[in-house]
Design a protein around this ligand. Structure first.
Ligand code: BGC
Length: 719
């Protein structure tokens, strides 16, 4: 009976407890009473725990769980990756899949694709869907979103994250977390902080100045804590200023818990703990993934030993346990009416498709080759390994055992396969010979249109956890192949999956280019709908596409700035990350931050700066956007701020607002973007705080960071 209760968790315990031992609900212990405030329940539960039980709550008891406390009805806690869906079950004691048959889930597009939608509401819907699936799979904490800033295009995990801009990443992660946590699941924003490369990720020491830290690398985490009330934060593997992030007093105690008032729990990354005392004192609350027997985890017996010797304070342990309990209670782990979720529903698959449709970016479209008209095409040659490659499972911890996955080829067959002749030729493959290219060129010649689907994949060394890319080049001879195919058929549409690559050698030879990232389980359908104009492409780049690696900021300062020398990587470019670098240094990118074309056209007009109401907002930028084309479409209007006489160096411009508007042909909408004082502020290390100094600012509004269509001056007065 006991074992059964243990397996079934808190709800069975509650039922058994109330039917067997007590006559009425009024005699429930306070910690089980859902009508009591979270803090009351937490304190009450804490007071009932033995020392051993407290210790059991601050470390793992399998790869992705912490121990149950059956006598109090505390169930095992289940954690899972995150962030692109609910990962297959792992372990329990190895990294091998558990081999379950009921752990297929909805595979969302990569995080960088979600960011490319510039649609925080869609972020909410994605988080909500993943939260529902997590509940249906019996999970409690989901290990996402990942919000590390894209500092160098080479980082192997850029695909998981939300791009190069702190404001965009903040907006997108807040929606996602709110959606996920609305389902009685805790999100776990990761990896805090400055985990911007995979090379030497477990040891590398990051040196970044205070402004870069505050203005670039921390804002998304701060927004997750303060705007989305995220319940969990994962400390990064790397060191910052000489201390591992799992025991970084400055990041965890001072900033996260002190300045930001974070009340949830900080967990380690898997195996990211190196010292009991350091982590105990400097802010870690839960140890996961360490490669030892569970009882030998730094936060198990070694912690107990130090407590018993009086070398660690009991109050410190209680604080950690409180934080763990608080998250459990807030997500209704102990309550009978906790949300139960749903798995692999048509609604979740529709969210996956929607994110892909809105996140695919149209980068080039000469002579309106796109959208394609199926009635005028007899034969399409689909070329490229990525047209048939399943991507959702790849990339390591963010990979999903997809319920199904529609490849680009399948999506095209679904869309036009009954009326159009579709020929497929692989063209390239790892280790493939020249005959692949020859066959593809022959296929290209005999088709009306070529859809080339190439780019990167999740093999180690490309878009994959654990290693960075060696360069920014397309692999497997694709540069030459695309040139030959474009020569064989001028109507060649290139679709790239993955993150950014150099495209100088062929870009001017192809008329159309789409960036499809990793578009998830519905990606093929989404791509086909974009190619044939069922939906208007509305994605915008969440990161600059530089022409070549040597143009990029981290590269410009030599190996000390990336990937690091003697164990340290110095962020010598400071604040100048992404477009802040290219704009300030006048380097022409291949495609700028915020760029993306549409099949329709938009007109921006009538920018007005309306003084604020004296409360939070100090000015509102108001303008009109009109769809001047013949098709329905969506535009992401972006607002940048440029300070004219900065006291400290500032980037040329900074994104401070955006709106995605959906417009029918001829429709016009008034867009209002309110700005707080914070939108004009920079971090002043001398004052340990944000400063918005009285000055003249230019407010710039446009359709990308380099297509600014409306400008006006705003004088920020003394407070
Ligand atoms: C990754 C985390 C992930 C964890 C658990 C680590 O290697 O860095 O992002 O959540 O493994 O799979």
């Amino acid at each position: 009976m006991k074992i059964q209760l243990f397996e079934m968790g808190a709800i069975s315990f509650l039922l058994a407890w109330s039917t067997v031992s007590v006559p009425g609900a009024e005699s429930l212990p306070p910690y089980l009473d859902a009508n009591q405030p979270v803090e009351t329940r937490m304190d009450n539960l804490l007071s009932r725990l033995t020392l051993a039980e407290k210790i059991s709550l601050i470390h793992a008891d399998s790869k992705f769980t912490t121990a149950a406390i059956p006598r109090l009805g505390i169930p095992r806690r289940w954690l899972d990756d995150g962030p692109l869906g609910v990962r297959e079950d792992i372990g329990p004691d190895t990294w091998q899949p558990a081999g379950h048959t009921d752990d297929f889930s909805t595979a969302m597009p990569a995080g960088i694709c979600l960011a490319a939608t510039w649609d925080p509401d869609l972020g909410f819907r994605e988080g909500e869907a993943i939260g529902q699936e997590a509940r249906a799979r019996g999970k409690d904490i989901m290990l996402g979103p990942g919000v590390n800033i894209l500092r160098t295009p080479l980082c192997g995990r850029n695909f998981e994250y939300l791009g190069e801009d702190p404001y965009l990443a903040s907006q997108m992660c807040v929606g996602y977390i709110r959606g996920e946590q609305s389902q009685d699941i805790s999100s776990c924003v990761k990896h805090f902080a400055l985990n911007n490369q995979e090379t030497d990720r477990g040891t590398i020491n990051v040196e970044a100045d205070e402004r870069a830290l505050r203005e670039i690398y921390l804002p998304a985490f701060k927004a997750a804590v303060q705007d989305a009330d995220v319940w969990c934060v994962m400390a990064a593997y790397n060191q910052f200023r000489g201390q591992h992030c799992s025991e970084n007093d400055y990041l965890l105690n001072k900033i996260l818990k002190g300045e930001w008032g974070f009340k949830g729990l900080v967990m380690s990354d898997w195996g990211g703990v190196h010292d009991t005392r350091g982590c105990a004192l400097n802010g870690l609350d839960l140890e996961m993934g360490t490669d030892r027997n569970y009882n030998d985890f730094y936060f198990a017996q070694p912690y107990l030993d130090l407590l018993q010797k009086g070398e660690l304070p009991m109050a410190g342990l209680d604080d950690k346990v409180r934080r763990n309990l608080r998250v459990m209670i807030a997500t209704h782990v102990l309550d009978a009416n906790r949300k139960t979720g749903s798995l692999n529903t048509a609604a979740h698959q529709a969210v996956a498709r929607h994110v892909a449709e809105e996140g695919i970016v149209l980068l080039k479209n000469e002579n309106q080759l796109l959208p394609l008209d199926a009635t005028r095409i007899k034969t399409i040659a689909v070329i490229g390994e990525n047209a048939i490659r399943l991507q959702a499972h790849g990339g390591d911890s963010s990979g999903i055992k997809a319920f199904y996955e529609i490849t680009p080829l399948q999506g095209l067959v679904n869309r036009v396969g009954t009326t159009v002749n579709i020929v497929f030729s692989e063209g390239y493959r790892k280790g493939g010979g020249p005959e692949l290219a020859e066959r593809a060129i022959a296929a290209a010649k005999s088709a009306d249109v070529v859809i080339y689907v190439g780019g990167l994949n999740h093999d180690r060394g490309f878009d994959c956890e654990g290693a960075d890319r060696a360069d920014m080049k397309l692999p497997y001879g694709q540069d030459e192949l695309i040139q030959k195919i474009a020569a064989a058929n001028p109507k060649t549409v290139v679709v790239l999956e993955g993150t950014m690559v150099e495209m100088d050698s062929w870009l001017d030879k192809v008329p159309a280019l789409l960036q499809a990232w990793y578009p998830g389980m519905e990606g093929g359908n989404a791509l086909a709908r974009v190619l044939f104009g069922d939906v208007d492409p509305s994605g915008k780049l969440p990161a600059t596409f530089p022409k070549k690696l040597s143009d990029t900021p981290a590269y410009a300062f030599g190996p000390g700035a990336y990937p690091g020398t003697n164990g340290t990587v110095a962020y010598a470019e400071g604040l100048l990350v992404g477009y802040r670098w290219y704009d300030t240094k006048n380097i022409e990118p291949q495609f700028p931050f915020g760029f993306g074309l549409s099949y329709t056209t938009f007109k921006y007009s009538d920018l007005k700066l309306i003084p604020g109401d004296g409360t939070n907002e100090i000015v509102t930028a108001q303008f009109e956007i009109e769809n001047t084309g013949k098709r329905a479409g969506a535009e992401v209007a972006q607002l940048y701020v440029h300070e004219k006489n900065p006291r400290l160096m500032r980037p040329e411009k900074e994104l401070k607002g955006f709106r995605k508007v959906f417009l029918q042909p001829g429709e016009k909408q008034t867009v209002s973007i309110p700005l707080t004082r914070g939108a004009f502020a920079y971090y002043d290390p001398a004052q340990n705080g944000w400063v918005a100094q009285p000055d003249s600012f230019e407010i710039q509004v446009g359709s990308s960071s380099r297509d600014l269509l409306l400008r006006d001056n705003f004088n920020l007065a003394e407070k």
